[in-house]
Ligand binder design. Structure first.
Ligand code: F6R
Length: 607
């Protein structure tokens, strides 16, 4: 949700560093972009509407500059247009901002009363004017940042240039991420690690109530009392290639192809030879009587799969809540509740707020997080890391899959502790788990089969996904994937609920994707499929090898996708792969911008 990058160095290459950094942050927003650079002692600002490529076209590559800040925007206040693009400049202050200044209207009014005039519709320009006013009063940059922090409400990461000190970059943050990366004779600022990986793998995390002053040779971080802090230097341990496409046409496709590796890396953290290892390597889950899973979007859908597994096989009640709802309602958590926050980025504003609320209500908290040391990872009582690596495509695939696996492992852990897994089942389960990477690979290799099914679907305006239980949870993710990247209206429905209203939308050739992998209720769902088929629906039937034997000759579908049968804990991990690839192929046929769908951003750090 907006990406920030900053550079200061002995070399004169700030232009290329800013552009390359912004390109790898484009997943955070791409409504408009801009940079501010030191151009022979003066600050030059260049902005453009749209993505970084548009900005790049406007730049004179010959300009040499040793310092600059850049921004790629996901609009919150004010429409995406040139004047609202960052950086903003008022008086001596030029800055870029990620987050939302909640009290900007009140601040704007009082600044207007003091004579400030505003050129944009943004909250950021207000923060910029406020900083200029206070700097004029104090003539002290650290004190200015501290006073501004006390006056603004909301979330922010700010990278700042003061016109009378073009040797240094200044930075501060609250609830929006910001790292300072360390190079040789040059240092960087960024919203996220991928932005700096091509230059360095060393970085430090800036925390709230900290202020940074950065030049080519030094990084100094101060606490709220202006005492210098010695920060821990972290090293990025993932591979640099993960942040690149590796020859795939889209990041989404590359990330789907990463899935076998991600699954293996995720389970191998906990379990290799027996289920006892799982208990030894995970935080103690035995003491909780009920679980709340709180998340947004696809992470919420992963939570729905987790609920099915934990309730069914570990016999413990689970509530799954949307973080944006949870944070404003009564939740009945107590000290025997475990609240699990699921988030790829670990920065999603609603999920972070839900975590804080759960802690206040005395529930234990556990983050299932992909980005190491992100806000939720740091604030939760315990954290389990999904090993998906950097995910760049806005539509999640591999991170979702690793979230589902992590919740399945929690279900297995609880079921094992409760004595619900026999030693024969344990052996089968471990064997099935080790087969998953190969089975996922074999599904990915069937891409052409899904591409030909996509041809039957891509010209439609509406698609329905139906299933029961865990298959309904998968339907919801399948529908979200399709709608967000192809812009086809897609709706997931619990198969048994259709006849209470929605079936009236089914007419001749309406596409219905029907998922049936749960043998215990297969007959019931198949009755519902027959109901839509009888009304003319065009049915794509997704089922398992073992159920396919039973329904091989049936006439209630137009085509089918058969996925390998696996252990009940892992079936969802295989069934979702064709749905991800189907969405990808449909979006490709429609010529959409697959990695960067309109109106979306990857890390949603606003409420
Ligand atoms: C959809 C998608 C989003 C995210 C949601 C939560 O493809 O990626 O729905 O799942 O915004 O994000 P995280 O997991 O970062 O909290």
């Amino acid at each position: 949700m907006c990406g920030i990058v900053g550079y200061v160095g002995k070399n004169q290459n700030s232009l290329s560093v800013l552009i390359e950094g912004l390109k790898s942050l484009e997943y955070r927003g791409y409504d408009s972009a801009g940079i501010a650079i030191n151009n022979q002692g003066r600050i030059k600002i260049i902005k453009s509407v749209g993505n970084i490529a548009n900005l790049e076209r406007k730049l004179d590559k010959k300009i040499l500059s040793n310092l600059g800040i850049g921004h790629t925007r996901w609009a919150t206040h004010g429409k995406p247009c040139l004047k609202n693009a960052h950086p903003h400049q008022v008086g001596k202050v030029t800055l870029v901002h990620n987050g939302i200044i909640e009290n900007y209207e009140k601040l704007k009014k009082s600044l207007q009363d003091e004579g400030y005039k505003f050129k944009t519709d943004t909250d950021t320009e207000v923060a910029c004017a406020l900083m200029d006013k206070i700097y004029k009063e104090t003539n002290d940059k650290l004190l200015t940042m501290q006073k501004v922090k006390e006056m603004i409400e909301g979330s922010y990461a700010l990278a700042i240039i003061f016109a009378d000190d073009i040797k240094n970059l200044y930075a501060m943050r609250k609830d929006s991420p910001l790292i300072i990366a360390l190079g040789k004779d040059e240092n960087y600022l960024a919203s996220d690690v991928p932005a700096i990986l091509q230059f360095t793998d060393k970085y430090i995390l800036l925390e709230k109530n900290e202020y940074a002053i950065i030049n080519a040779l030094n990084v100094k971080v101060y606490d709220n009392n202006f005492k210098e802090i010695k920060k821990q230097i972290l090293t990025y341990e993932g591979s640099r290639e993960v942040a690149m496409k590796n020859g795939y046409e889209h990041f989404m496709l590359k990330e789907i192809n990463d899935e076998p590796m991600v699954i293996k890396a995720t389970y191998e953290q906990f379990i290799n030879k027996n289920l006892k290892e799982l208990i030894d390597n995970m935080p103690d889950l035995a003491k909780y009587n009920n679980i709340d899973i709180v998340a947004c979007g696809s992470a919420y859908h992963a939570g729905l799969v987790g609920k099915s597994l934990i309730e069914e096989y570990a016999n413990i009640p689970v509530k799954v809540e949307l973080a944006s709802e949870y944070r404003y309602k009564k939740n009945f958590g107590n000290d025997s509740t475990l609240t699990i926050l699921v988030s790829q980025s670990g920065e999603t504003a609603d999920t972070l707020a839900a975590l804080r609320k759960a802690k206040k209500e005395k529930s234990a908290t556990l983050g299932i997080i992909n980005v190491v040391s992100s806000s939720i990872a740091r604030e939760a009582d315990n954290v389990l890391y999904t090993k998906a690596g950097a995910e760049i495509s806005v539509a999640t695939t591999k991170a979702y899959l690793s979230q589902v696996l992590m919740l399945a492992l929690i279900a297995i852990n609880k079921a094992f502790v409760n004595g619900n897994i026999s030693s024969k089942e344990e052996k089968d389960l471990l064997e099935d788990m080790q087969k998953l990477p190969q089975e996922i690979t074999s599904l990915i290799n069937r891409k052409d089969e899904f591409a030909s099914i996509a041809k039957q679907i891509y010209h439609n305006n509406d698609v329905f996904f139906i299933g029961r239980g865990i298959d309904y949870a998968l339907s919801r993710e399948g529908a979200l994937k399709l709608k967000e990247i192809s812009y086809i209206h897609a709706e997931a429905y619990a198969a048994g609920e259709l006849k209470h209203g929605t079936i009236s939308l089914i007419e001749n050739k309406t596409p219905v994707i029907a998922i049936v992998t749960d043998e215990t209720i297969a007959e019931k769902t198949i009755s519902n499929i027959k109901e839509v088929k009888a009304r003319g629906a065009d049915v794509t039937f997704i089922t398992t090898e073992s159920l396919n034997k039973k329904y091989a000759q049936s006439d209630f579908y137009d085509r089918k996708i058969v996925v390998p049968s696996t252990n009940k804990f892992f079936q969802a991990l295989l069934t979702i792969i064709p749905l991800q690839l189907l969405a990808y192929e449909v979006a490709k046929l429609r010529g959409e911008n697959i990695d960067k769908p309109r109106n979306l951003a990857k890390s949603v750090t606003v409420e």
